[in-house]
Design a protein around this ligand. Structure first.
Ligand code: WTA
Length: 629
């Protein structure tokens, strides 16, 4: 590819990388996609199987409720499993799994198809039907994938709750989705300890009344309570005669729901982002294929958790749609030693590693020697997601892990987008800290308050101008909340991020402009943390903000007004931190709690988090004219 002259620190792809890459000319692909983006996505969709073809690639008659591949009949699971079982991929490994304690399991496409069918039959036997919601709360084991795929196979809608969430978060999500079935594991190994998932679920189930059946996967063998009539063991169900491996696939409409996934929004409770079979399938298949340049012989590892969108799109669906071999690891990156990841890359011959900046920064801290003990020459492509990657971490990742030969795909996207939006491909010249440009067929911009494009290098709101196949369809049960994404500028999707674009058209993400905090790449809302604090008997009011943190990207700082008569003490601080951890999850535990007598508020009573943040950073709070006395 011709060397363009770009400004700043630029890493051009090697001849070797470009030679192998599926896309050698990004510009040509982009031009073609821009000329006719429905045509572009239609062409991508042709590579997948449909029981009936679409009438229209995109239907925009009810904006912003876009529909994709209308009239088509499909089921994402058919393209993830059934199709491969009919080819040479039948015996190819779909999944290699390593437990934190060293257990290993592998599944060929044939085996993953079999287990999925069996479990789908189990779910059907419990009365789960098309459109029913099923909540899944498990650690990183193959069964979480089997559970998701089994739901989708019968047209049920999965709602996965990340295993790092806790009692109130889980119960709220079960209740909101009205799930009658909950699938859990007894526990999950994490840093040598066991997270008691079933015990947390028991407490959550006491707070909500919808669940009739709780199916329990035995992972750790810890002592758990099994409630008669409600709780059943997965392995026992899978041995029943009803769990046959022949399971009719539910043929669904392209626009039928595939899953809901709760994520934190600007205000209030987490919202359930809804994705559908057809468009999501095309979006995740295409983006993974071209961005991570999937070749038949690859072994691909996305080190995220299946319980977040990264796991849904790029551990479960995208890789299976591409017929690739995925690796899944249960536990902590530094257990028992900081070389765990590097050892697994060497032992399994991983070619593609996709992770988050926080993990890179965490491992960087242990020094290069841990990495250098291992032969990482199998690695070809690296990836990053979840938050901006600081150039220092980028360079370390590139030099120490990738040995200066692996391009880094810094992918910007969201739960709502379902798929990569701003991302390089291996043939694209890289700049550390920038996700480069939007994927072909996607139009994005950086605009000011009035929706006008800002000048090069000026900060503004990051927006999306054209619809894309894996886009959010609605907020489950709350279409008004979905419309809010499109309200600030009509017809334009507001990402909630601020960004700038440099003179080469490269995007640089700055961060969230709303009350979402990205902690170690995890998306949390100030509202969730504040309501957990206020649910403690001693707290009258609370405010949460995110402040920069060297490893986590952001850390949670909270300000608490105690009820009258309650004594301030360090013991109470620890109790409140534990309380948030118990209610929301360990990922939401505040780094810092400060007792205050008042909080800065607007005259209408809204907490001015901006002022708190400025104060904590020793900065000027800017315009405070709306501040209450
Ligand atoms: C942030 C995660 C910078 C961003 C897939 C976005 C990023 C939010 C990047 C969505 C990246 C994600 N560079 N920032 N490569 N990727 N973000 O829904 O603020 O958990 O709006 O999806 O993460 O978080 P979510």
């Amino acid at each position: 590819m011709k060397k363009q002259s770009l400004t700043g620190e630029v890493f051009y792809p090697s001849e070797e990388v470009v030679q192998k890459a599926l896309v050698k000319d990004w510009e040509a692909m982009d031009v073609e996609a821009k000329r006719d983006y429905p045509g572009f996505w239609g062409k991508m969709a042709e590579e997948l199987h449909w029981f009936q073809k679409w009438d229209k690639v995109i239907d925009d008659s009810e904006k912003p409720f876009y529909k994709w591949f209308t009239g088509a009949k499909t089921n994402i699971v058919y393209n993830c499993l059934d199709i491969h079982v009919k080819t040479f991929r039948r015996n190819k490994l779909a999944l290699i799994w390593e437990g934190e304690n060293g257990d290993v399991k592998t599944f060929s496409y044939f085996a993953l198809h079999r287990e999925t069918c069996k479990f789908a039959n189990v779910l059907r036997s419990m009365g789960v039907k098309k459109g029913d919601r099923v909540t899944i709360y498990m650690g990183r084991t193959p069964e979480i994938m089997i559970a998701m795929l089994a739901c989708a196979r019968i047209g049920a809608v999965h709602s996965v709750v990340y295993g790092g969430f806790s009692v109130e978060s889980l119960s709220e999500r079960i209740e909101d989705s009205n799930s009658k079935v909950l699938i859990v594991s007894d526990g999950a190994y994490q840093r040598g300890k066991i997270v008691p998932l079933k015990q947390i679920a028991d407490e959550a189930l006491q707070r909500c009344g919808t669940v009739e059946h709780c199916l329990v996967v035995k992972r750790t063998g810890i002592e758990i309570n099994m409630e008669q009539g409600r709780d059943m063991w997965y392995h026992e169900l899978m041995n029943l005669p009803i769990a046959t491996q022949a399971c009719a696939l539910e043929i669904v409409d392209s626009e039928d729901p595939l899953f809901i996934l709760y994520t934190s929004g600007t205000t209030g409770k987490p919202k359930a982002i809804l994705h559908t079979h057809g468009g999501y399938m095309v979006g995740t298949y295409t983006t993974l294929k071209y961005v991570f340049d999937i070749h038949e012989e690859d072994r691909y590892w996305c080190a995220a958790d299946p319980g977040w969108i990264t796991g849904h799109s790029y551990i479960v669906y995208g890789p299976l749609l591409n017929g690739t071999t995925s690796f899944l690891y249960e536990g902590a990156p530094n257990f028992p030693y900081p070389n765990r990841w590097w050892s697994m890359i060497e032992r399994y011959g991983i070619n593609i590693l996709y992770t988050a900046p926080t993990a890179i920064r965490g491992l960087m801290r242990f020094g290069e020697a841990w990495v250098n003990r291992h032969d990482l020459s199998s690695l070809r492509i690296l990836g990053s997601v979840g938050e901006p990657i600081n150039p220092e971490a980028w360079r370390w990742y590139h030099r120490v892990v990738g040995k200066e030969k692996c391009p880094i795909m810094d992918t910007w996207w969201q739960t709502e987008t379902g798929m990569f939006m701003i991302t390089p491909m291996p043939c694209v010249p890289l700049k550390p800290g920038s996700g480069t440009r939007p994927f072909p067929g996607i139009e994005m911009d950086v605009v000011d308050e009035n929706g006008k494009s800002v000048k090069a290098n000026e900060e503004g709101y990051l927006i999306i101008k054209t619809p894309w196949p894996a886009m959010i369809r609605t907020v489950y049960k709350d279409p008004e909340r979905y419309k809010q994404y499109w309200e600030k500028y009509p017809g334009i999707y507001m990402t909630g991020d601020s960004a700038r674009r440099d003179e080469d058209g490269y995007f640089w993400i700055i961060g969230r402009v709303d009350d979402v905090i990205k902690v170690s790449g995890y998306r949390l809302g100030t509202a969730e943390i504040e309501s957990a604090l206020v649910s403690h008997f001693s707290v009258a009011e609370a405010a949460a903000i995110g402040l920069p943190h060297e490893i986590k990207g952001n850390a949670i700082y909270t300000y608490v007004i105690l009820k009258t008569g309650i004594e301030k003490s360090t013991q109470l601080i620890e109790e409140l931190r534990q309380h948030v951890s118990h209610e929301v999850g360990p990922i939401a535990k505040p780094e810092h709690i400060e007792f205050v007598d008042s909080l800065p508020k607007t005259r209408s009573g809204k907490i001015m988090r901006r002022v708190l943040k400025a104060r904590a950073l020793g900065e000027d709070p800017g315009n405070i004219s709306t501040l209450e006395e």
